[in-house]
Design a protein around this ligand. Structure first.
Ligand code: PMV
Length: 307
């Protein structure tokens, strides 16, 4: 059994989405593939499932009530700790491989299980990463259901409605600082600020508004406005305490050849994304500023059975 799932790029709304604000993401054409084969003992990449690096995989095995033992192999093009949803891609692809034994894949139930796994392993989270990896394409997360609803996911008193959304075909340039930052503590830091500082509450609300304005701008191909909103979103995320000087350096470098740029994902290091119609020039500027740069496109395929 084998399955693949895409990494993701959050265009607007990371962190605020954990508090129920809207967010916009797209699956990207960097994917994780997971293979599972009956074996004499449980192994992942030839090592024990108890190793900390396999905690998502181990949680998937438990959640999917997978019969084994199995040898699980993970191949991922999504850099880890880079804000590109690598753990979600691996989680979704693992669940796909484990469930793929019993027929076709059910993306909504994989999205729900993957969110539970992420919550168990990482702590407080929103379903944006895991649902984008499950569904593929453009995803809009909202507080209420609208047209093009894919599914909803709830946890405690929070409920997210995940929608399919169309984005124009675009090149995005990603700049990876190479500084790996764990998502859980960054999400906890924002929550701590939110609980004691009214300014943080206002920043989270404004990010929610920016997301909806940004989506409208992208859909009418007003890239100047979309870029301006990305720049503002970056400032607000930095004010929430998830910026990093290396991110600012890459964002600044990218802006001379792009409409706008912001950190993407959890921040604290990790990656930034630029909206540009000169992807090679932007990638070169990011490299000169010390980042690893790559150009990605939206990937319409979510969790997919490989054989
Ligand atoms: O950095 P990533 O790929 O784990 O993205 C995290 C996105 C957050 O909004 C910061 C957290 C979440 O669960 O939504």
């Amino acid at each position: 059994m084998a399955a693949s799932a895409p990494g993701k790029l959050i265009l607007f709304g990371e962190h605020a989405v954990v508090f129920g604000e809207p967010a916009l993401s797209t699956a990207i054409n960097l994917r994780a593939e997971v293979y599972a084969r009956p074996h004499k003992e449980w192994l992942a990449d030839g090592a024990s499932l108890d190793e900390p690096r396999f905690r998502y995989v181990k949680a998937c095995v438990r959640k999917a009530k997978a019969e084994g033992p199995l040898w699980i192999e993970i191949r991922s093009m999504v850099p880890s700790g880079a804000g590109l949803g690598s753990s979600a891609a691996v989680t979704v692809a693992t669940l796909g491989a484990l469930h793929g034994r019993s027929g076709s894949l059910d993306a909504p139930s994989i999205a729900r299980e993957a969110f539970e796994v992420e919550h168990e392993v990482q702590g407080r989270a929103s379903p944006i990463d895991t649902s984008t990896a499950s569904a593929g394409g453009g995803i809009l997360v909202l507080r209420e259901p609208r047209d093009d609803l894919l599914w909803s996911i709830e946890r405690d008193s929070r409920r997210w409605f995940l929608h399919r959304t169309a984005l124009p075909p675009l090149d995005f340039v990603i700049g990876n600082t190479g500084i790996s930052a764990a998502t859980g503590p960054l999400v906890a830091r924002v929550k701590e600020r939110f609980d004691r500082d009214q300014k943080a509450v206002e920043a989270v609300r404004e990010i929610g508004e920016i997301t909806l304005d940004g989506l409208r701008a992208l859909q009418v191909k007003d890239f100047v406005e979309a870029g301006r909103l990305m720049d503002r979103n970056h400032v607000l995320l930095t004010n929430l305490g998830v910026g990093h000087p290396a991110l600012d350096r890459l964002v600044e470098a990218a802006r001379t050849s792009s409409y706008g740029a912001k950190l993407t994902g959890a921040g604290g290091g990790g990656s930034m994304v630029a909206l540009t119609d000169r992807p090679s020039a932007t990638a070169e500027a990011i490299r000169l500023a010390g980042g690893k740069a790559f150009i990605v496109q939206s990937d319409p395929a979510g969790v997919t059975k490989l054989r």
